[in-house]
Design a protein around this ligand. Structure first.
Ligand SMILES: CC(C)(COP(=O)(O)OP(=O)(O)OC[C@H]1O[C@@H](n2cnc3c(N)ncnc32)[C@H](O)[C@@H]1OP(=O)(O)O)[C@@H](O)C(=O)NCCC(=O)NCCS
Length: 299
Protein backbone atom coordinates (compact mmCIF):
# COMPACT_ATOMS: atom_id res chain seq x y z
CA UNK A 1 0.00 0.00 0.00
CA UNK A 2 1.40 3.45 -0.86
CA UNK A 3 2.16 5.44 2.31
CA UNK A 4 2.10 8.77 0.48
CA UNK A 5 1.55 10.37 -2.91
CA UNK A 6 5.32 9.97 -3.58
CA UNK A 7 4.81 6.20 -3.84
CA UNK A 8 2.42 6.33 -6.79
CA UNK A 9 2.96 6.80 -10.49
CA UNK A 10 0.53 8.93 -12.52
CA UNK A 11 0.19 7.57 -16.06
CA UNK A 12 -2.38 7.73 -18.89
CA UNK A 13 -5.44 5.48 -18.57
CA UNK A 14 -5.36 2.51 -20.99
CA UNK A 15 -8.26 0.73 -22.67
CA UNK A 16 -7.68 -2.44 -20.59
CA UNK A 17 -7.64 -0.50 -17.30
CA UNK A 18 -11.25 0.59 -17.74
CA UNK A 19 -13.03 -2.42 -16.11
CA UNK A 20 -10.64 -2.19 -13.10
CA UNK A 21 -11.26 1.53 -12.83
CA UNK A 22 -15.03 0.93 -13.04
CA UNK A 23 -14.92 -1.30 -9.95
CA UNK A 24 -12.72 1.24 -8.16
CA UNK A 25 -15.28 3.93 -8.94
CA UNK A 26 -18.20 1.69 -7.80
CA UNK A 27 -16.43 0.94 -4.50
CA UNK A 28 -15.31 4.55 -3.97
CA UNK A 29 -18.80 5.99 -4.44
CA UNK A 30 -20.42 3.21 -2.42
CA UNK A 31 -18.11 3.98 0.52
CA UNK A 32 -18.90 7.70 0.17
CA UNK A 33 -22.67 7.04 -0.09
CA UNK A 34 -22.53 4.97 3.12
CA UNK A 35 -21.02 8.01 4.86
CA UNK A 36 -23.16 10.76 3.37
CA UNK A 37 -26.66 9.37 2.57
CA UNK A 38 -29.37 10.93 4.73
CA UNK A 39 -30.66 8.65 7.50
CA UNK A 40 -34.04 7.27 6.56
CA UNK A 41 -33.08 6.72 2.89
CA UNK A 42 -32.76 3.14 1.63
CA UNK A 43 -29.23 1.76 2.14
CA UNK A 44 -26.90 2.63 -0.77
CA UNK A 45 -26.13 -0.28 -3.09
CA UNK A 46 -22.90 -1.10 -4.92
CA UNK A 47 -23.31 -0.22 -8.63
CA UNK A 48 -25.04 -3.14 -10.42
CA UNK A 49 -23.24 -4.96 -13.31
CA UNK A 50 -25.54 -3.53 -16.04
CA UNK A 51 -24.81 0.03 -14.90
CA UNK A 52 -21.14 -1.00 -14.60
CA UNK A 53 -20.99 -2.02 -18.25
CA UNK A 54 -22.53 1.30 -19.32
CA UNK A 55 -19.89 3.07 -17.20
CA UNK A 56 -17.18 1.09 -19.03
CA UNK A 57 -18.65 2.02 -22.43
CA UNK A 58 -18.89 5.70 -21.52
CA UNK A 59 -15.33 5.82 -20.21
CA UNK A 60 -13.98 4.05 -23.31
CA UNK A 61 -15.84 6.62 -25.40
CA UNK A 62 -14.01 9.40 -23.49
CA UNK A 63 -10.71 7.56 -23.86
CA UNK A 64 -11.26 7.53 -27.62
CA UNK A 65 -12.06 11.25 -27.87
CA UNK A 66 -9.69 12.50 -25.11
CA UNK A 67 -6.85 10.07 -24.28
CA UNK A 68 -4.84 12.98 -22.83
CA UNK A 69 -7.62 13.79 -20.35
CA UNK A 70 -7.76 10.37 -18.64
CA UNK A 71 -5.24 9.38 -15.94
CA UNK A 72 -4.63 6.67 -13.36
CA UNK A 73 -2.50 6.51 -10.22
CA UNK A 74 -0.70 3.18 -9.83
CA UNK A 75 1.25 1.51 -7.05
CA UNK A 76 3.16 -1.39 -8.57
CA UNK A 77 0.56 -3.20 -10.70
CA UNK A 78 -2.37 -1.83 -8.70
CA UNK A 79 -4.54 1.01 -9.95
CA UNK A 80 -5.32 3.07 -6.83
CA UNK A 81 -7.04 6.11 -8.35
CA UNK A 82 -8.15 7.75 -11.59
CA UNK A 83 -9.47 10.97 -13.11
CA UNK A 84 -11.27 11.12 -16.47
CA UNK A 85 -11.77 14.47 -18.18
CA UNK A 86 -12.48 15.74 -21.70
CA UNK A 87 -12.88 18.92 -23.68
CA UNK A 88 -15.74 19.93 -25.96
CA UNK A 89 -15.10 23.11 -27.95
CA UNK A 90 -13.71 25.53 -25.31
CA UNK A 91 -15.12 23.66 -22.29
CA UNK A 92 -13.20 21.33 -19.96
CA UNK A 93 -15.26 18.73 -18.09
CA UNK A 94 -14.27 16.37 -15.28
CA UNK A 95 -16.23 13.17 -15.82
CA UNK A 96 -15.18 11.02 -12.86
CA UNK A 97 -12.54 11.05 -10.14
CA UNK A 98 -11.87 8.53 -7.35
CA UNK A 99 -9.01 7.40 -5.08
CA UNK A 100 -9.32 4.01 -3.40
CA UNK A 101 -11.01 4.24 0.02
CA UNK A 102 -8.31 3.86 2.69
CA UNK A 103 -5.76 5.73 0.55
CA UNK A 104 -7.65 9.02 0.35
CA UNK A 105 -6.37 12.23 1.96
CA UNK A 106 -2.68 11.49 1.17
CA UNK A 107 -2.26 13.74 -1.86
CA UNK A 108 -2.93 11.15 -4.60
CA UNK A 109 -6.09 12.94 -5.72
CA UNK A 110 -4.25 16.28 -6.01
CA UNK A 111 -1.81 14.76 -8.51
CA UNK A 112 -4.57 13.14 -10.57
CA UNK A 113 -6.62 16.33 -10.73
CA UNK A 114 -3.56 18.35 -11.77
CA UNK A 115 -2.96 15.96 -14.70
CA UNK A 116 -6.62 16.15 -15.76
CA UNK A 117 -6.76 19.93 -15.45
CA UNK A 118 -3.73 20.26 -17.70
CA UNK A 119 -5.80 18.70 -20.48
CA UNK A 120 -8.08 21.76 -20.23
CA UNK A 121 -5.31 24.32 -20.64
CA UNK A 122 -6.58 26.74 -23.25
CA UNK A 123 -10.25 26.14 -22.39
CA UNK A 124 -12.28 29.19 -21.37
CA UNK A 125 -14.83 27.33 -19.29
CA UNK A 126 -14.96 24.30 -17.02
CA UNK A 127 -17.60 22.32 -15.21
CA UNK A 128 -18.07 19.20 -13.11
CA UNK A 129 -20.74 17.64 -10.89
CA UNK A 130 -19.21 17.20 -7.42
CA UNK A 131 -20.13 14.71 -4.75
CA UNK A 132 -20.64 15.78 -1.13
CA UNK A 133 -17.14 14.56 -0.19
CA UNK A 134 -15.37 17.41 1.67
CA UNK A 135 -12.04 16.21 0.22
CA UNK A 136 -13.34 16.59 -3.32
CA UNK A 137 -14.84 20.00 -2.57
CA UNK A 138 -11.53 21.18 -1.12
CA UNK A 139 -9.69 20.09 -4.28
CA UNK A 140 -12.17 21.82 -6.62
CA UNK A 141 -12.44 25.08 -4.71
CA UNK A 142 -8.63 25.32 -4.45
CA UNK A 143 -8.55 24.83 -8.24
CA UNK A 144 -10.77 27.92 -8.59
CA UNK A 145 -14.22 26.43 -9.21
CA UNK A 146 -17.40 28.19 -8.03
CA UNK A 147 -19.81 26.01 -6.06
CA UNK A 148 -23.54 25.79 -6.76
CA UNK A 149 -25.69 23.51 -4.65
CA UNK A 150 -27.61 20.81 -6.55
CA UNK A 151 -31.16 19.85 -5.67
CA UNK A 152 -32.64 16.43 -6.27
CA UNK A 153 -36.31 15.58 -6.91
CA UNK A 154 -37.48 12.23 -5.64
CA UNK A 155 -40.71 10.24 -5.52
CA UNK A 156 -43.52 8.85 -7.62
CA UNK A 157 -45.15 11.04 -10.25
CA UNK A 158 -48.80 11.89 -9.54
CA UNK A 159 -50.23 10.88 -12.91
CA UNK A 160 -53.51 12.72 -12.29
CA UNK A 161 -51.76 16.08 -12.78
CA UNK A 162 -49.91 15.29 -16.04
CA UNK A 163 -50.71 18.05 -18.59
CA UNK A 164 -51.20 17.42 -22.32
CA UNK A 165 -47.94 18.36 -24.06
CA UNK A 166 -48.03 19.07 -27.78
CA UNK A 167 -45.38 19.19 -30.46
CA UNK A 168 -42.75 17.13 -28.69
CA UNK A 169 -41.40 14.36 -30.93
CA UNK A 170 -39.00 11.44 -30.63
CA UNK A 171 -35.46 12.43 -31.62
CA UNK A 172 -32.53 10.58 -33.16
CA UNK A 173 -28.86 11.13 -33.95
CA UNK A 174 -30.10 12.88 -37.14
CA UNK A 175 -30.99 15.81 -34.85
CA UNK A 176 -27.37 16.29 -33.80
CA UNK A 177 -26.91 19.73 -35.41
CA UNK A 178 -30.01 21.01 -33.63
CA UNK A 179 -28.89 19.48 -30.31
CA UNK A 180 -25.40 20.98 -30.65
CA UNK A 181 -26.86 24.40 -31.40
CA UNK A 182 -29.11 24.26 -28.30
CA UNK A 183 -26.05 23.16 -26.25
CA UNK A 184 -24.08 26.19 -27.43
CA UNK A 185 -26.93 28.52 -26.46
CA UNK A 186 -27.38 26.99 -23.00
CA UNK A 187 -24.04 25.64 -21.72
CA UNK A 188 -21.69 27.37 -24.17
CA UNK A 189 -20.32 24.21 -25.85
CA UNK A 190 -21.82 21.42 -27.98
CA UNK A 191 -21.82 17.82 -26.70
CA UNK A 192 -20.69 16.77 -30.20
CA UNK A 193 -19.73 13.07 -30.17
CA UNK A 194 -21.38 12.55 -26.75
CA UNK A 195 -24.76 12.74 -28.48
CA UNK A 196 -23.89 9.47 -30.25
CA UNK A 197 -23.27 7.78 -26.90
CA UNK A 198 -26.39 9.36 -25.34
CA UNK A 199 -28.78 8.47 -28.19
CA UNK A 200 -27.66 4.83 -27.91
CA UNK A 201 -28.40 4.80 -24.19
CA UNK A 202 -31.52 6.90 -23.63
CA UNK A 203 -34.82 7.91 -25.16
CA UNK A 204 -34.43 11.33 -26.84
CA UNK A 205 -37.33 13.79 -27.08
CA UNK A 206 -37.09 16.99 -29.08
CA UNK A 207 -39.20 20.08 -29.55
CA UNK A 208 -38.80 22.67 -32.31
CA UNK A 209 -41.26 25.55 -32.25
CA UNK A 210 -41.07 29.13 -33.46
CA UNK A 211 -41.22 30.12 -29.78
CA UNK A 212 -38.37 27.87 -28.61
CA UNK A 213 -36.56 24.57 -29.02
CA UNK A 214 -35.05 22.00 -26.72
CA UNK A 215 -34.31 18.35 -26.08
CA UNK A 216 -34.18 15.84 -23.24
CA UNK A 217 -32.60 12.42 -22.77
CA UNK A 218 -34.90 10.34 -20.59
CA UNK A 219 -34.12 7.22 -18.55
CA UNK A 220 -36.49 4.21 -18.29
CA UNK A 221 -37.94 5.61 -15.03
CA UNK A 222 -38.98 8.84 -16.76
CA UNK A 223 -36.21 11.02 -15.30
CA UNK A 224 -34.54 13.52 -17.65
CA UNK A 225 -30.80 12.78 -17.39
CA UNK A 226 -29.87 15.76 -19.61
CA UNK A 227 -32.24 18.53 -20.69
CA UNK A 228 -31.49 21.75 -22.57
CA UNK A 229 -33.90 24.33 -23.96
CA UNK A 230 -33.89 27.88 -25.24
CA UNK A 231 -36.55 29.00 -22.75
CA UNK A 232 -38.13 27.86 -19.49
CA UNK A 233 -41.55 27.11 -20.99
CA UNK A 234 -40.01 24.67 -23.49
CA UNK A 235 -37.83 23.15 -20.77
CA UNK A 236 -40.88 22.58 -18.54
CA UNK A 237 -42.80 20.94 -21.40
CA UNK A 238 -39.89 18.57 -22.05
CA UNK A 239 -39.69 17.69 -18.36
CA UNK A 240 -43.43 16.93 -18.27
CA UNK A 241 -43.02 14.75 -21.38
CA UNK A 242 -40.29 12.81 -19.54
CA UNK A 243 -42.36 12.45 -16.35
CA UNK A 244 -45.34 11.19 -18.37
CA UNK A 245 -43.22 8.17 -19.41
CA UNK A 246 -42.57 7.19 -15.79
CA UNK A 247 -44.02 3.69 -15.26
CA UNK A 248 -46.81 3.61 -12.64
CA UNK A 249 -45.31 2.87 -9.21
CA UNK A 250 -41.75 3.81 -10.24
CA UNK A 251 -39.74 5.93 -7.79
CA UNK A 252 -37.69 8.34 -9.80
CA UNK A 253 -34.75 10.58 -9.00
CA UNK A 254 -33.98 13.74 -10.94
CA UNK A 255 -30.66 15.18 -9.82
CA UNK A 256 -28.43 18.08 -10.81
CA UNK A 257 -30.96 20.92 -10.40
CA UNK A 258 -29.24 24.21 -9.57
CA UNK A 259 -30.89 27.38 -8.27
CA UNK A 260 -30.68 28.72 -11.86
CA UNK A 261 -33.35 26.14 -12.69
CA UNK A 262 -36.26 26.75 -10.35
CA UNK A 263 -38.59 25.95 -13.28
CA UNK A 264 -37.57 22.26 -12.81
CA UNK A 265 -38.32 22.38 -9.08
CA UNK A 266 -41.75 23.84 -9.89
CA UNK A 267 -42.53 21.02 -12.35
CA UNK A 268 -41.34 18.46 -9.78
CA UNK A 269 -43.45 19.96 -7.00
CA UNK A 270 -46.51 20.05 -9.27
CA UNK A 271 -45.91 16.31 -9.96
CA UNK A 272 -45.79 15.74 -6.13
CA UNK A 273 -42.06 14.93 -6.01
CA UNK A 274 -40.02 16.04 -2.98
CA UNK A 275 -36.89 18.22 -2.94
CA UNK A 276 -33.57 17.11 -1.42
CA UNK A 277 -29.93 18.21 -1.73
CA UNK A 278 -27.13 16.21 -3.38
CA UNK A 279 -23.73 17.51 -4.42
CA UNK A 280 -22.66 20.67 -6.24
CA UNK A 281 -22.27 21.93 -9.76
CA UNK A 282 -18.77 23.42 -9.93
CA UNK A 283 -18.12 25.93 -12.70
CA UNK A 284 -15.19 28.04 -13.88
CA UNK A 285 -15.48 30.92 -16.40
CA UNK A 286 -19.26 30.52 -16.73
CA UNK A 287 -22.54 30.67 -14.86
CA UNK A 288 -24.64 27.57 -14.13
CA UNK A 289 -26.43 26.83 -17.43
CA UNK A 290 -30.17 27.52 -17.68
CA UNK A 291 -32.70 26.29 -18.68
CA UNK A 292 -30.62 23.18 -18.32
CA UNK A 293 -30.36 19.96 -16.31
CA UNK A 294 -26.81 18.66 -16.68
CA UNK A 295 -25.73 15.05 -17.10
CA UNK A 296 -23.70 13.82 -14.11
CA UNK A 297 -20.59 12.89 -16.07
CA UNK A 298 -21.07 14.33 -19.57
CA UNK A 299 -22.54 17.61 -18.15
C1 LIG B 1 -12.13 13.20 -4.06
C2 LIG B 1 -10.91 12.29 -4.07
C3 LIG B 1 -10.74 11.69 -5.48
C4 LIG B 1 -9.67 13.10 -3.73
O1 LIG B 1 -8.57 12.25 -3.65
P1 LIG B 1 -7.61 12.30 -2.35
O2 LIG B 1 -6.44 11.45 -2.63
O3 LIG B 1 -8.44 12.02 -1.16
O4 LIG B 1 -7.23 13.87 -2.40
P2 LIG B 1 -6.03 14.62 -1.70
O5 LIG B 1 -5.50 13.82 -0.54
O6 LIG B 1 -5.06 15.02 -2.74
O7 LIG B 1 -6.77 15.93 -1.23
C5 LIG B 1 -7.75 15.90 -0.22
C6 LIG B 1 -7.71 17.20 0.55
O8 LIG B 1 -8.71 17.18 1.58
C7 LIG B 1 -8.09 17.24 2.87
N1 LIG B 1 -8.83 16.33 3.74
C8 LIG B 1 -8.52 15.09 4.14
N2 LIG B 1 -9.51 14.58 4.91
C9 LIG B 1 -10.47 15.53 4.97
C10 LIG B 1 -11.74 15.61 5.59
N3 LIG B 1 -12.22 14.58 6.30
N4 LIG B 1 -12.46 16.74 5.45
C11 LIG B 1 -11.99 17.77 4.72
N5 LIG B 1 -10.79 17.75 4.09
C12 LIG B 1 -10.04 16.64 4.22
C13 LIG B 1 -6.67 16.82 2.65
O9 LIG B 1 -5.82 17.36 3.66
C14 LIG B 1 -6.38 17.42 1.28
O10 LIG B 1 -6.21 18.83 1.34
P3 LIG B 1 -4.72 19.51 1.25
O11 LIG B 1 -4.09 18.97 -0.01
O12 LIG B 1 -4.97 20.96 1.20
O13 LIG B 1 -4.02 19.05 2.50
C15 LIG B 1 -11.08 11.12 -3.05
O14 LIG B 1 -11.14 11.65 -1.74
C16 LIG B 1 -12.30 10.25 -3.30
O15 LIG B 1 -12.20 9.27 -4.05
N6 LIG B 1 -13.47 10.55 -2.72
C17 LIG B 1 -14.67 9.72 -2.88
C18 LIG B 1 -15.23 9.80 -4.29
C19 LIG B 1 -15.52 11.22 -4.69
O16 LIG B 1 -16.21 11.97 -4.00
N7 LIG B 1 -15.00 11.61 -5.86
C20 LIG B 1 -15.20 12.92 -6.42
C21 LIG B 1 -16.39 12.90 -7.26
S1 LIG B 1 -16.86 14.49 -7.80
Amino acid sequence: MPASSQDVLIRPLRYDDVPVVERLSAEGFHALDLETYPRGWPDPQLRAPDRGSRWVQRTRHLLETDPAGCWVATHGDDVVGFATSFTRELMWILSSYVVRPGLQGRGIGAQLLAAALQHGDGCLRGMLAASDDPKALRRYRVAGFEMHSQMLLHGEVDRSVLPVIERVREGSIGDRDLLDSIDRQTRGAAHGPDHEYLTDDFRLVVTERTTGSGYAYVDPNGAPVLLAATNRRTASDLMWEALASSPPGAKLEIGHITSANHWALDVGLAARLSIHHRGYLMVRGMKPPSPYLHHGSLL
